[in-house]
Design a protein around this ligand. Structure first.
Ligand code: NDP
Length: 467
């Protein structure tokens, strides 16, 4: 590699194998410079009224909506998702910024009862310089989840996107700057996780770090952050179970499973990653599911009608392909549809994999215990709710879960018993900005979205006034 190549990251379009653009490979020194600039800007930004900060976020959201098509095309080029999904994500980003702008005036502390010491109250203050580390699967939405609450609370924020998908984040940053948010208040440092990401995690000058990514990297980031005094939010991997009860509306459960698993080519933290169906409806459910999945049109996300794009890169495709290559032979499972690298000539240069359904694998095999980040859905048959919940809770993950039923009893039992940060009844996947979201067990700690996330970016100061 020559000097020039090491300074630049080439972002590869996963549908074509061609370059989608380049960004600077930032070093630790670049991150330290961004921190220094943010430190100089912090007091001015924190001194603005929440309403003033909110106004700039509203303007940014409006501009993002106006430039939706251009941003979505760039997102599809760097990440691979179909254009309609990319547009949803861009709109989701604008909605999150608008939500936090709209609650800016609600930030308040508490007045406490008068005591022997006099009057006491608490005030909420911004933390200082915050960091955000973003994965490649939903790069724009996750950026908004961290940017909205951090900025409206009066913090400066330094964002490190994944080096696989930095392009749209950079463009969003340019929009925020053009709408009046200073460059040193909100900055994007592009670079590798091991260099730029770890510089944020190790720094004592970063007051809070919100990391979204895999369990392994999250654990490493936690170690790097240890002893630096920063507040850490970890949004990590998941292996969400979906339980389909005997009384469920089968067609809507099938539609929910298809959307829940194959959206974003199965690369969503809260995707349906394991499905448990009750035995009396299992055959009908599997038949309808297989039929629907085999009809999913896979291809370049820029082409109209494409319902599923490629995996993020060839390594991810190789990993999925290797994982399920011996599933029939070694585990006695049956591949009901898919199971192979997509073989059509026009898709050869992209990292495409067929949407896949697998039945009959043992319930304790890796398909049910690990996170499979791709378009593969294992289906298991269970006899009742007790077994479904026992199986659903068997993993180390606890991000999301869903139950599909018409019964109130089943709904309450599942929401009470499932180990998950979020439980849906008769739906899966979608999370509005006002709803707190995060994991249990090894899926992480802390919450994004809603007022819970705003609290993560503020500290509370208590004042006691003795008259
Ligand atoms: P990774 O953990 O590989 O990467 C996440 C981010 O961490 C990237 O920006 C990466 O940078 C960075 N990183 C890598 N190494 C380090 C390091 N040593 N120090 C600091 N930062 C580092 O995850 P993926 O990008 O592969 O994303 C997929 C995972 O994210 C899945 O497990 C998924 O479930 C999870 N996820 C969780 C969500 C949640 O809210 N719970 C939401 C979305 C995804 P770079 O890529 O440049 O190396």
């Amino acid at each position: 590699m020559n000097e020039k190549e090491t300074d630049i990251i080439d972002v590869i379009n996963p549908a074509t194998g061609e370059s989608a653009g380049t960004v600077k490979r930032c070093t630790k020194d670049d991150v330290h410079s961004a921190i220094e600039m943010a430190e100089d800007a912090f007091s001015g930004w924190a001194a603005k009224s929440p309403r003033e900060r909110a106004k700039l976020l509203f303007l940014s959201a409006q501009e993002i909506r106006e430039r939706q098509t251009e941003l979505a095309e760039l997102l599809t080029a760097e990440q691979g998702k179909p254009l309609f999904e990319a547009k949803n994500e861009i709109q989701g980003c604008a909605a999150v910024l608008e939500y936090y702008a709209s609650i800016s005036g609600t930030v308040r502390g508490d007045f406490l009862p008068k005591s022997d010491y006099g009057y006491s109250f608490t005030v909420k203050k911004p933390l200082g310089i915050c960091g955000a580390i973003i994965p490649w699967n939903m790069p724009v939405l996750i950026l908004a989840w961290k940017t909205g609450p951090a900025l409206v609370a009066g913090n400066c924020l330094i964002v490190k996107p994944s080096s696989k998908t930095p392009l749209t984040s950079q463009k969003i940053a340019a929009i925020l700057h053009s709408c009046g948010i200073p460059e040193d208040v909100f900055s994007v440092v592009t670079g590798s996780g091991s260099e730029a990401g770890s510089a944020l995690a190790e720094s004592r000058r970063i007051a809070a770090l919100s990391f979204t990514g895999s369990v392994e990297t999250g654990n490493f980031v936690e170690k790097l952050s240890c002893g630096t005094g920063k507040r850490l939010t970890l949004e990590l991997g998941g292996s969400d179970p979906m339980i389909v009860c005997s009384d469920a509306d089968i067609d809507s459960a099938v539609a929910g499973a298809v959307a829940g698993r194959y959206y974003n080519c199965g690369q969503t933290c809260t995707a349906v990653k394991r499905l448990y169906v009750m035995e009396d409806i299992a055959e009908e459910f599997k038949r309808k599911l297989t039929e629907k999945v085999s009809q999913i049109k896979t291809g370049n996300g820029m082409i109209k009608g494409t319902k599923m794009g490629p995996l993020i890169d060839m390594d991810a495709r190789e990993k999925i392909s290797m994982l399920i290559s011996g599933i029939e032979r070694d585990y006695g499972a049956e591949i009901l549809t898919g199971g192979k690298i997509t073989g059509t000539p026009e898709l050869k240069s992209g990292s495409f994999f067929e949407p896949t359904v697998i039945a009959g694998a043992p319930k304790d095999c890796f398909l049910f215990t690990e996170e499979i980040f791709g378009p593969v859905l294992p289906v298991a048959v269970v006899k009742d709710m007790d077994e479904a919940i026992e199986e659903a809770n068997r993993t180390k993950f606890g991000l999301g879960a869903s139950v599909w039923t018409k019964s109130l009893k089943n709904s309450f039992e599942a929401t009470e018993m499932l180990d998950a940060g979020i439980v849906w009844v008769n739906r899966h996947l979608k999370i509005p900005p006002e709803v707190p979201f995060g994991g249990e067990k090894e899926s992480g700690s802390g919450r994004e979205n809603g007022l819970s996330a705003l609290d993560r970016y503020m500290k509370e100061k208590t004042v006691i006034m003795t008259p």
